[in-house]
Write a protein that binds this ligand. Structure first.
Ligand code: ADP
Ligand code: ZN
Length: 720
């Protein structure tokens, strides 16, 4: 009899055995439907010897239902799934789910039905119908998605369909994408760039595992050079994956890509509509999608013939996923390239210390582009000591910085002020009694947003209108804003420079690709004088008229006490400084700080990258931190505080005693209440040689927890 083992998308079940009916052809990787109780489930046929399961006698096996009409998952991808689950201590099924369920429905025809307003009116109008119709102007999506957009139930929309006010549109998810062609470079590469490009092209043509660190200052032409590798892959009809950290940046990238290759790439991110998602998934699995530009989740798609992976801005924190399977897309990208035998390029102007170390030890090949392209020089960087040159009372910009802003305005040049804080003020309190507005679901202050007139939690999305009176003491009009956010800085600029056209650029204001594109063209047309923005504007943008960058508070990131704080501050400030002077005109950067002597600030001001990395290397070596040692975190959470604490104690109480692993905690996690769950944390610091994952697995597997308790493991955590 023919039996197979399935990996099923349920962590509790893991793997199950089935009988293969006569005449059905399956092999490892086949995606199949199988019965489970009264239901049907989807599973992936796996090599039996690689996947333990409970043994079931032949006679009891139930037969598979059918093989689904999608290409089988290739062995290279199955090995990547296994590696990811093993390394990050995640269930195999959870990793496999990232590959499969992102494709939407796997069965049936390749068409889906979307709806849009027909222009007709329903016979009977209700307030809900009216509201829905207002909000659905210009939208087209599935009923499910339209209901989300309109904030009404699907039932309301079905009513509108029945009355003819919404009309169905059949969407073909197999319609082809326009073809990109290898073409020719649109710029003439300088000798340094040409050498880097030639090496990358050679690696694409060799088709073997080859990890590169493309280390070049902002504006040195990293993108231009890896485009040559993309062209080489296109010529060989291999697929390319380019991972970008931020969707907001893709518009500019897509335009540039289309100019170079004659067609836009296939885009992948979490806010795609389901029809777009399904179309992209099918084209990727079928091999028709040539170049995919995506967020980190694009890494786990079932590419049919991948030939190159690029991770742009590889140092970015957003490549780290902090929920579900907690993985780092930068590191998994290298593993994928390893299993698939292909080149992978990590591009950055400010690489993570881990990546630099890999280059230094010869595991990654380092390609350098040390200077900016053409006449553009790196900007002059200066610190403004806030203890010596303080802003006026109630203000945040020092006289030195406001003078320079005025000079730029006079000359018709642009300025950028960077502050990594959305909203108007990070903390709001009552002027009478000092009551602080706190999120009911999280250990966090509510942040005042003046544009939208809301108090909002940046962790769970909780929002309320600012109350007319203090909820504690009843004082009317009592709110006082404490500290600056970008909206407050924008107000200050408008006060100091009444003629200036000021734009706030954050994930609140640039919350869709369209709005991001509009912002970029406004800046390019010179319709904006001063941009006030968060980390969203630190990278990717290329504005030739931008000659001044002001860092409002460089000390902000250093306060957290987090081991990577110095590196992150260095990266953020260096990246935002890289926005200045990208054209003909020289750039200037002013960094406001209370600690100009701090090593990271001093290195920034001196433009001495090597000094920063040398100091940081020593600090990490001393602390046994990555890349010299490894960290992991165990996070225990529950809606019940006592239950969370008890579970954390139980874990702490059974800690293994090993010479090469130190375990700290449990202690309340930094956000000890998050989205209504109480959180405790244990931190683990291990020598490189320690069996970290095995130790954690054995330790936790021996324990049982109540149903409401969630225990998650974070290997190589970013923030703690
Ligand atoms: P990076 O990715 O390192 O920040 P880019 O590839 O985006 O650098 O290049 C910065 C700018 O300089 C872009 O506008 C790019 O088109 C331009 N550029 C880079 N190299 C050349 C070149 N050899 N000839 C003309 N323009 C170039
Ligand atoms: Zn909250």
């Amino acid at each position: 009899m023919n039996r197979v083992r399935l990996l099923v998308f349920n962590a509790a079940l893991g793997a199950l055995d089935y009988r293969v009916p006569d005449g059905m052809a399956v092999a490892p990787g086949s995606v199949v439907a199988a019965p489970l109780g009264p239901r049907q489930i989807v599973g992936i046929v796996w090599e039996e010897e690689r996947l333990p399961a409970e043994s079931v006698p032949d006679a009891k096996l139930r037969p598979l239902v059918e093989v689904l009409p999608v290409p089988p998952l290739r062995a290279e991808l199955r090995r990547l799934i296994e590696w990811t689950a093993d390394y990050y201590c995640a269930p195999l099924s959870a990793v496999a789910r990232m590959v499969i369920s992102s494709g939407g429905a796997l069965r049936g025809p390749a068409t889906m039905t979307e709806y849009r307003l027909s222009g007709g009116m329903p016979e009977r109008m209700t307030p809900q119908r009216e509201r829905a119709m207002e909000r659905l102007e210009g939208e087209q999506a599935t009923i499910r998605e339209l209901a989300d957009t309109a904030g009404v139930s699907e039932g309301v929309l079905r009513g509108l369909v029945n009355q003819g006010a919404l009309e169905p549109i059949t969407v073909d998810c197999d319609r082809p994408y326009s073809r990109a062609r290898a073409g020719h470079a649109t710029v003439e590469l300088n000798p340094e760039q040409a050498a880097v490009a030639a090496r990358l092209v050679e690696a694409v043509n060799e088709g073997a595992f080859a990890p590169f660190l493309l280390d070049g200052v902002t504006g040195s032409g990293k993108t231009e050079t890896y485009f040559e590798a993309v062209a080489a892959a296109l010529e060989r009809e291999r697929q390319v994956l380019v991972l970008l950290p931020e969707i907001a940046l893709t518009q500019a990238f897509l335009r540039r890509f289309e100019d170079r290759f004659g067609a836009p790439p296939v885009v992948w991110h979490s806010s795609l509509k389901s029809t777009e998602r399904r179309r992209a998934w099918r084209a990727i699995a079928g091999g028709e999608a040539q170049v995919v530009v995506g967020a980190r989740s694009a890494l786990f798609l079932p590419y049919a013939r991948l030939g190159l992976i690029v991770v742009d801005e590889a140092h970015e924190v957003s490549f780290k996923q902090d929920e579900g399977v907690r993985y780092n897309a930068r590191d998994v990208a290298v593993m994928r390239a390893h299993f698939e035998a292909l080149p992978v390029v990590l591009a950055s102007a400010t690489p993570a210390l881990e990546s630099l170390q890999m280059a230094e030890s010869g595991i990654y090949e380092r390609l350098e582009l040390p200077s900016r392209f053409g006449a553009a020089e790196l900007p002059a960087i200066e610190t403004v000591d806030l203890t010596e040159d303080p802003p006026e009372r109630g203000r945040w910009l020092a006289p030195r910085l406001t003078q320079e802003l005025a000079v730029r305005l006079e000359r018709g040049e642009q300025s950028l002020l960077f502050l990594n804080r959305r909203g108007y003020a990070p903390l709001t309190l009552c002027r009478n009694c000092g009551f602080r507005f706190e999120c009911p679901n999280c250990t966090a202050w509510l942040v005042e947003h003046r544009f939208t007139r809301r108090l909002a939690c940046h962790h769970c999305g909780h929002e309320t209108a600012p109350p007319a009176t203090c909820p504690e003491c009843g004082e009317p009009d009592c709110l006082v804003a404490c500290g600056p956010g970008v909206e407050r800085i924008a107000d200050e600029v408008a006060e100091i420079l009444p003629g200036a056209r000021v734009a706030v650029a954050t994930s609140d204001t640039l919350n869709s690709p369209e709005r991001a594109a509009e912002f970029v063209s406004q800046v390019e047309e010179g319709a904006i004088d001063v941009i006030v923005g968060t980390q969203l504007v630190t990278k990717g943008f290329h504005f030739p008229e931008l000659t001044l960058v002001g860092v409002v508070d460089a000390d902000l990131g250093l306060e957290g006490g987090d081991l990577r704080a110095a590196e992150r501050t260095y990266q953020q400030v260096a990246q935002v400084a890289g926005r200045a002077g990208r054209g003909e005109k020289p750039g200037q950067v002013l960094i406001q700080t209370r600690h100009p002597e701090a090593p990271v600030i001093a290195a920034l001001a001196a433009g001495d990258r090597d000094a920063f990395y040398a100091a940081e290397t020593e600090a990490r070596r001393h602390a046994g931190a990555p890349p010299f040692g490894r960290w992991a975190a165990i996070i225990v959470s529950s809606e019940d505080e006592a239950e969370a604490k008890e579970a954390a104690r139980a874990i702490g109480g059974t800690r293994p005693d090993l010479p090469d692993i130190a375990i700290f905690g449990p202690a309340p996690a930094p956000l000890s209440l998050l989205r209504g769950r109480y959180r405790y944390r244990l931190l683990i610091n291990a020598r490189r040689s320690a069996r970290l994952q095995d130790t954690i697995r054995t330790w936790l597997n021996a324990l049982d927890f109540p149903r409401g308790v969630r225990v998650s493991i974070d290997i190589d955590p970013y923030s703690f």
